[in-house]
Design a protein around this ligand. Structure first.
Ligand SMILES: [Zn+2]
Length: 493
C-alpha cells in the first residue's frame, strides 16, 4: 500500500510532492526538469482542456497548430521579448548524430557537418512564429479580428523542478489574436481574463483576484499584462492565468498590417493569453488535505466511486447487483461513476485509496442499506454521511456533487480572506511574510526600484493591482512616498 503522506503542517512542499506522486498524477522523468503526467493527472487535465476549449470556442476562437521550432532571428525581432526569454531557451544547433570509433569503443557524437545555418529555438511561447503567419493571412480590415488558440507544449529551461508548478517542458494553451483597434484588443484581453476567472472559480473552485501586473512583472513584449491570482493553503500566491495586450509591438516586428476601409495601411493590435498544466498544481494545493487529493466535482475524472460492502454470510450477489444498478443509474444521469468490486481488498483499504485519489463522493452499499433500500453517500471533503433512497440516486447524487463544488469554493474563499491582511509598516509586512504569509495589502509608491528592493528584501512580489481596489491615500510601505492605493503583495510559486 501507499506510503504515508507527510502532513501539511509538517512540511507543505513535501506534502505536495507526496500527494502528486502517491495519487499517481505525475512522476519524475529520466530527463532532468521534465515530468511524466500519469493517467490520473492527465485525465484531470483533459477535463480542464475540454471545458476551456468550449469557452474559447464560445467566445469566437478557433484552434490551429504552429511549429515547435522558432528561427532564432524571429525571437530577436522584438527586443524586450527576446530579453525576457533568452535565459531559458533550448536551442537546436545540429540535425544528425554519427558513430565515432568502432567496436566496443563506438560512441554517438553530434555530426559537426550537420550544423544548422540558423539555429532553432524550441518555442518558449509562440508570439513570433504566429504573428509572422498572421502577417501573411491578414490583408484587409475584413480579415480582422483573427482569433486563434493553440494547445501545445512549450519549453522554458528550469534549474529547479516542482511537479506541475515548475518544469522545463509543460503543456498549455496560448491564444493569439489580431484586431483593427487598440480598444478591440483591450476588450479581448479583458474578456479572456474573465474566461479564466470564471473557469478558476466555477470549475476549479479556486477564488481568484483579477487585475493588472506592474511594469516589472508584465510579459516581455506586452503593453499591459492582466492576471488572475490565487492563494494556496500555505499562504503563497499562484499566478493562475495571464492575458496580454501586446499593442502593436509584434505587429511592427513582423509587419502585420491591414488595409483600412478608407484604403490606408495600419499595423494590427495583438493579444495573447495562456493557462498551463500548473493549474493542476493549483487544484492540488487549493483543496488537498492530509489524506491526499480533493478534486472539484466538475473536473474530477471519477466523480463517484461505488463500494459494495459485504462479509461472511451476507448476500454478496444481491449487494453487487445493487451496486452495479447504482453505477448504471449514475452513468445514465451523466455522472462519472466507477464501481469498485475488487473482492481481494477490504472496504477500508478501498476508502483510503479513493480518498487519496480525490474522488469527491463515495457511495457505500452494504447489507443494511440493501434492506432499507438506500445507499450511504460520504463526502470526500469532511466525510459527512447522508442516506439516499436508491430510487433517488440519479437526482440526489448530482445535487450532492454540486453542493460539494460550492462548499469547496466557499472554503477556499474563506481561507483566502482569512489570509489577506492590510499592513502599513515594513516591519509588520516582513513579520507576516516570515510567518503565515498570505496576501498583504500595502501601499506602494509606484516606483519599480522600490518594488525590486522589496522583492530582494522580503522575497515578496506585487502579485496584482486589482481592478476593484479602492483608492485610498497612504504612504509606500518601504520608502514612505505618497501612494494612491494598496496593492497585493505575496510570496509566490
Ligand atoms: Zn516606495
Amino acid at each position: 500500500m501507499a506510503k504515508l503522506i507527510t502532513p501539511r503542517s509538517e512540511d507543505y512542499a513535501r506534502w505536495y510532492t507526496d500527494v502528486v506522486t502517491q495519487s499517481r498524477m505525475a512522476d519524475y522523468s529520466p530527463v532532468k526538469g521534465c515530468m511524466v503526467i500519469r493517467p490520473h493527472g492527465y485525465a484531470l487535465w483533459e477535463n480542464m482542456q475540454r471545458v476551456l476549449d468550449r469557452m474559447f470556442k464560445d467566445t469566437g476562437h478557433q484552434n490551429a497548430y504552429f511549429p515547435l521550432f522558432i528561427p532564432k532571428s524571429f525571437l530577436a525581432k522584438e527586443a524586450r521579448h527576446v530579453e525576457g526569454f533568452a535565459k531559458e531557451c533550448a536551442i537546436v544547433t545540429h540535425t544528425r548524430l554519427r558513430a565515432s570509433g568502432s567496436g566496443d569503443d563506438a560512441k554517438l557524437v553530434v555530426d559537426p557537418a550537420s550544423a544548422l545555418e540558423e539555429e532553432l529555438i524550441i518555442r518558449p511561447t509562440s508570439e513570433t512564429i504566429i504573428y509572422s503567419m498572421f502577417a501573411k493571412w491578414v490583408q484587409s480590415y475584413r480579415d480582422l479580428p483573427l482569433l486563434i488558440n493553440q494547445w501545445a507544449n512549450v519549453v522554458r529551461w528550469e534549474m529547479r523542478t516542482r511537479l506541475f508548478l515548475r518544469t522545463t517542458e509543460f503543456l498549455w494553451q496560448e491564444g493569439h489574436t489580431a484586431h483593427a483597434t487598440s480598444e478591440e484588443a483591450e476588450e479581448e484581453a479583458r474578456r479572456m481574463l474573465d474566461v479564466y476567472a470564471t473557469f478558476a472559480e466555477e470549475y476549479m473552485a479556486v477564488p481568484v483576484l483579477r487585475g493588472r501586473k506592474t511594469e516589472k512583472e508584465k510579459f516581455a513584449g506586452a503593453e499591459r499584462t492582466y492576471c488572475i491570482e490565487a492563494l494556496m493553503q500555505d499562504g503563497r500566491a499562484l499566478q493562475a492565468g495571464t492575458s496580454h495586450h501586446l499593442g502593436q509591438n509584434f505587429a511592427k516586428a513582423f509587419d502585420l498590417k491591414f488595409q483600412t476601409e478608407s484604403g490606408d495601411w495600419r499595423f494590427a493590435y495583438n493579444t495573447s493569453w495562456g493557462v498551463s498544466t500548473r493549474l493542476v498544481g493549483a487544484i492540488v494545493m487549493a483543496h488537498g488535505d492530509d489524506q491526499g487529493l480533493v478534486l472539484p466535482p466538475r473536473l474530477a475524472p471519477v466523480q463517484v466511486v461505488v463500494v459494495p460492502i459485504w462479509k461472511g454470510t451476507d448476500p454478496v450477489e444481491r449487494i453487487l447487483a445493487a451496486a452495479e444498478g447504482v453505477e448504471g443509474a449514475l452513468k445514465r444521469a451523466g455522472v462519472a461513476a466507477k464501481l469498485d468490486a475488487r473482492d481481494n481488498l477490504s472496504p477500508g483499504f478501498k476508502f483510503n485509496e479513493w480518498e487519496m485519489l480525490g474522488v469527491p463522493l463515495r457511495i457505500e452499499i452494504g447489507p443494511k442499506d440493501l434492506e432499507k433500500g438506500s445507499v450511504c453517500c460520504v463526502k470526500r471533503t469532511n466525510r459527512a454521511k447522508s442516506f439516499v433512497p436508491t430510487g433517488d440516486v440519479p437526482t440526489a447524487v448530482p445535487a450532492l456533487l454540486e453542493e460539494i463544488q460550492r462548499e469547496l469554493l466557499e472554503a477556499a474563499r474563506a481561507r483566502r480572506d482569512a489570509s489577506t491582511f492590510a499592513v502599513d509598516g515594513y516591519d509588520e509586512m516582513k513579520a507576516k511574510l516570515e510567518g503565515p504569509g498570505g496576501f498583504l495589502l500595502a501601499h506602494w509608491c509606484g516606483d519599480g526600484a522600490c518594488e525590486t528592493a522589496i522583492h530582494e528584501e522580503t522575497k515578496a512580489t506585487i502579485r496584482v493591482i486589482t481592478f476593484d481596489g479602492a483608492s485610498e491615500t497612504g504612504r509606500c510601505v518601504r520608502c514612505g512616498r505618497p501612494s494612491e492605493r494598496r496593492v497585493h503583495f505575496a510570496k509566490a510559486y
